[in-house]
Design a protein around this ligand. Structure first.
Ligand SMILES: C[S@@+](CC[C@H](N)C(=O)[O-])C[C@H]1O[C@@H](n2cnc3c(N)ncnc32)[C@H](O)[C@@H]1O
Length: 280
């Protein structure tokens, strides 16, 4: 549903600030990871994470030759589900597993360790990695797919163009996933994450006095997620704006193909938007 649109503004999110306390940043990361997994029987078409799996299956047909680099991984986002769902299918087809590597400027190591212990095909880099200076991580015989899960809007045009240039020059494919859009309807829906935060705190942080205090007594955490979600809406690029970033004089796009689309998850509130680039 696209109600009105206006120019993009590169505002700052609270979670991007150096002064944002680690517990709040990590709480925000986990709230988003759980949102990827939200599925309401009878209403949802899968979850955001399973719809992301569908995007992979539709666009990358040689998945087992890939290492997927989750560039701003947060608390894992959809990656645990991507790994289990995609590798389940590859196993049935008798093909080798796709590997995933988690990185972030603010590594959520405790959560990544937990995921990686359960899922051997998920590893992580413990040190901070800035999305604006990503090294290639895939082994020489592997292809690399870089995924940007609900983070690409964090970067201004110059940084975002540099991130895509690096993906084109050093990787073999990339996928940008967004769940926000710069329109009135999505802005109006943004307060929903305020209430989602209450649910995540009660289920995942029920034994943490700090999280309970700053969710239910002084609602710092829900307000932060709401503000950041609203700002994310204002920063998210349209499809045209995303692909315009590739208009760079010295960027060779020969052999690259680009696709964009969207998948409804919980109509009319949650939609997954994606932009895919693949080198043939
Ligand atoms: C909105 S969260 C998304 C987290 C996760 N991808 C998900 O889908 O749940 C944005 C993430 O980007 C990370 N981030 C922000 N700036 C970054 C940068 N310059 N380089 C790498 N990660 C960055 C933050 O630490 C945060 O984990």
């Amino acid at each position: 549903m696209q109600l009105f649109a206006w120019p993009r503004s590169q505002l700052l999110e609270i979670g991007d600030q150096r002064w944002c306390p680690a517990w709040l940043h990590q709480h925000e990361q986990l709230v988003l990871t759980q949102l990827w997994n939200l599925s309401l029987p009878g209403w949802s078409r899968g979850s955001l994470a399973t719809q992301a799996c569908a995007v992979f299956k539709e666009h990358l047909n040689d998945l087992s030759s890939y290492t997927v680099l989750d560039v701003c991984a947060g608390a894992g986002g959809p990656t645990p589900v991507l790994e289990s769902e995609l590798n389940k299918q590859l196993e049935v087809e008798g093909r080798g597993p796709v590997q995933f590597v988690l990185t972030d400027l603010y590594p959520h190591v405790e959560e990544w360790e937990r995921i990686s212990k359960k899922q051997q095909n998920v590893t992580y880099i413990e040190t901070p990695i800035d999305a604006r200076a990503i090294p290639r991580v895939a082994a020489s015989l592997k292809k690399e797919c870089r995924i940007f899960n609900i983070c690409f809007h964090h970067f201004g045009d110059e940084d975002a163009a540099g991130i895509l240039k690096s993906a084109i020059e050093s990787a073999d494919s990339f996928i940008i996933f967004e769940i926000t859009a710069r329109d009135l309807w999505t802005c109006l829906c943004s307060p929903l994450v305020f209430f989602w935060t209450f649910f995540v705190t009660i289920v995942w942080y029920w034994s943490s006095p700090v999280h309970l205090l700053y969710t239910f007594i002084v609602p710092v955490a829900p307000l932060t997620i709401w503000i950041d979600g609203f700002i994310s809406c204002l920063r998210t690029r349209t499809t045209e704006e995303t692909w315009k970033l590739l208009d760079q004089p010295d960027l060779d796009l020969t052999n690259w193909t680009f696709y964009s689309g969207k998948k409804t998850v919980q109509f009319p509130f949650i939609t997954l938007y994606y932009h895919v680039g693949i080198k043939s």
